[in-house]
Design a protein around this ligand. Sequence first.
Ligand code: UDP
Length: 497
Amino acid sequence: MAEISRPLNVYFLPFLAQGHMIPFCQFARLFAARGLHVTIITTPVNARFLQSSIEESNALGHHIQLHTVRFPSDEVGLPDGIENFFNVTDAPTGHKLYEAAGLLRNQVQPFMEENPPDCIVSDFMYPWTAPIATRLGIPRIVFNSFCLFAVCMISAHNRQLQSLPPGLCNDHDGDNSGGPFVVSGLPETITLPLRPPKRISELLGSLIEADQKNSYGLIVNNFNDLDGQDYINYHQKSTDLKVWHIGPASLMLRNILPKEDLHPQTNNEHDELIRTWLDSKESNSVVYVSFGSLCRFDDPQLFEIACGLESSGCSFIWVVHRESKQNNEEEEEAEEKKTWLPKGFEGRMKKENRGLILMKWAPQELILNHPATGGFLTHCGWTTVTEAVSAGVPMMTWPVFVEQFYNEKLITQVHGFGVEVGAEEWNSGPYDRRDKVVNKMKIENAVRRLMDCGEEGEKVRRKAIEMREKAGKAVEEDGSSQRNLTALIEDLELFCK
Ligand code: UDP
C-alpha cells in the first residue's frame, strides 16, 4: 500500500450514463479506501443515485463527498428529472442531454478554479476538462468505460480507414450492414460480423486520440489477463499514454467492504422477490437477459426474444426497457395488453414458474452472482461484461451499438467464454432506427448451445470459470489490479510533490 504523507485531493467527473456513473463511483470509492480525499461532481438526480454507496464508504472512515451542480434543464429544454441517459428513450431527448452535459463546464470550471484539486479523473465524454487541468497545472486522468482491447480495435480500424483512397473511404459512409469485416494490424486477425459504422469509428477515434494528447493517463476497468498482454503491449507501442488496469472495479470494491457485505445484499422488496425466485431454481438453470441501461428494443424485437426464450425451454429473468410509442393510445394499449408478448405468454410462464420479466432497474450484480444463474444474454456493454466475468457467468452475446461488437470478439474469439447470437445491425447509438430483427431461432439456438449441457456449452462455462478465477487473483491484495492502483497513486504523489 502506498505511503501517503498528505491526502491527495481528487475530483471525479462521471458522464451522465449508468455504464459510466457506476464504475466511476467504484473507482472513487477505491481511491478513498487508499486514503485519498475524493469529491464526485455531478447533478442532483445522479447524486441521489450515488448517495447510499458514498455513505457506505464514509461509514468505513473513508473520505468521499458529493459536490452537486445544477442541471441546466431550462437551457436545453428538458423537463425536470431527466439527468441521466437511463431516462432517455428517444434521440432528440438524447441530444438535449448531451448538450446539457457540455454546459456543466460553466459551473464546474469556476468551482475547480476556486477549489483546485491535485488531480481530475474525467470521463472522456468531457473533453473540456483537459484545458481546465492544463490551466490548473494538474494531471487529468481519463476514463472512457471501454476495455483496452476495444480501444486498440477502434484505433486500428481508424488507421485502416485513413489508409484508404478518399473515394473508397466514402463508400463506407453509413454502410453498417456489410460483413464480415477484418480488422488488420492487430496482434491477431479479428473478423467482425459487420463493418463498423464509419461515423462511430471516427467519433470514438478522435476522442481517443484527443485523450492520448491531453491526458496524463488512462484508467481501464479491467484486469491484465482479460485485455491480454499482447494488446497491452500493442497499445503501449502505438502511444506513450500511461495505462492503469484497475478492475474489475466492482470486485475490487467487494474486497474493501465488511465481510457481511461480501455477497450482494437485497435492499428492497423487489430485489428480495427476485432472490427468493432464484433460490427456488437449480444451479446454472436460469438465463439472465438484459441489454443494459440504454438500449431500448421495439415491440417486434421484444416479441422475438419472448418466443426464443419460450421455445428454449429454459427459466429466465428478462429485463425489459421498452422503446415507448409516439402515439399515446397505442402506448396505453401496449402497456395494458402487453402487445409485445405472444398471446398467453405471461400466463404460461407463470403456470410453469419459468420466467420473471422486470420492467424497472434490475439488481444485476445480485442476479449474476446467484448460483441459479447459468447464462447471460447480453448486449456486451463493458461494465456489464466485467460484472459477468467477476461472477463466472458465460454469455450469449448480442452487441447493439458503439464498441459492443469489439467486446463480443474479446468474449467469444479471444477468450471463448461466450457464444454469439448473430447480431444483424451495428447501430451508432441506442436511439438509432433499427431495420432488422434478430429472429427467435437465433435466440433459441444461442440459449440451447450454452444451456443444454452439451460439450460446447460446458467448454464455454469452464472458460468463464477460469476467467473468474483470474479476476479474483487480480483483485487480491498483491494482485495486478491492486498493484496498478498503488502505482497510479504513487505516480500522482510524485507528480504533486
Ligand atoms: N444495470 C443494472 N440494472 C439494469 C440495467 C443496468 O444494474 O436494469 C447496470 C449494470 O449492472 C451495469 C450498468 O448498469 O453496471 C450498465 O453498464 P454497461 O456499460 O454494461 O451498459 P450500458 O448501460 O452503458 O449500455
